[in-house]
Design a protein around this ligand. Sequence first.
Ligand SMILES: Cc1cc2nc3c(=O)[nH]c(=O)nc-3n(C[C@H](O)[C@H](O)[C@H](O)COP(=O)(O)O)c2cc1C
Length: 368
Amino acid sequence: MTWFYDPRASYEHNLAHGPFGEFAERPRPASRPDVQRMTPPSLTFLGQPVHRPFGIPAGPLVNARFCAAAFSHGFDLAVYKTVRTRAHDAHPFPNTLAVHVDGDLSPARGATLLADDDLDSATSISNSFGVPSRDPDDWQPDMARAVAAASDGQALIGSFQGTRPEWHRRDSEAAYIADHVTAARLTAATGAPILEMNLSCPNEGTGELLCFDTALVTRICVAVKDEVGDTPLVLKLAHFATDAQLHALLRATSDIVEGYAAINTIPATLVDRTGRQALSGHGRERAGVCGASIRWAGLDMVVRLARWRADAGADFAIVGVGGVMGADDAVRYATEGANAVMSATGAMINPGLGQDVRGVSWPISHGV
Ligand SMILES: Cc1cc2nc3c(=O)[nH]c(=O)nc-3n(C[C@H](O)[C@H](O)[C@H](O)COP(=O)(O)O)c2cc1C
């Protein structure tokens, strides 16, 4: 099976020539009568009518062609891969390897896992891209095309992140916040009806993820919301080890933003069969792992976010991400309180997942 994002080719090759496999073809007419009957959309997500609040999160949809293919294959939410305010190179190929995990991947920093190119049977993979971006002059018109590719009952979400101008200067914080604001403005200008701010990629050389710095995230959220106004803003989070840390972030930001997406990847040390670093290059000893082995962590975050939301009487959206490999996983996330569910690894392995999800009845636990 050829994946629509080809992990055996470079990011640049995917950008120039993808999507591949089934996403390169016209979708087969849905064979299920309940899928064919699905108009008009009966559900909403953050104000957008959707057939199913299900789709592909930031990452594999690297440009408008990928987003259009996702929509036409029945994924009703498509997140355009995270962009920056200026061009930024991808880490060298390879970026995506099969990661061999026995069961659930623990977030304990010590995890060392075998990674290789045995992608045909993979259910967990690495994601080591370094958040590449084209220049806004290039991605802005392309993201606008992706927005326009959504049919009735579908929506494009624009993902962005800030770039720290200089790592170690104290006055760089103001510039870092300003860069988030610029990224948000450039993304909103494409017409994307929902914005997602990525706070959970290994960030800008600090070693700590931005989402764990509640004070800085709060300042960024205030500034970004001031810029984008009513356009819904979702924060993309990592797995939080403690409720104390998660609750502090929610107390500080839940009145500012409209939602939280969790999770991104879980980091692990990746080695080849000889025990050497699997992904070459400085700083790539550890890489984010996604797929079936992190499902427990995505579900755990959704449960904790939903519990806090209920206890606080809050009204934000929860996007469940992580290890959704089949429609039953998506339903489980929604049952636990996710208002939307997304799959990156599972959708790459099974491009029919959007149609599969359209064919199941969707549990609505909390309307947003
Ligand atoms: C190829 C690839 C690229 C990714 N790039 C991004 C990105 O640019 N921004 C982001 O917020 N998450 C990115 N992610 C993380 C996914 O959005 C998602 O959080 C993670 O893969 C867990 O979902 P999964 O288990 O369904 O893969 C990427 C994931 C993959 C597989």
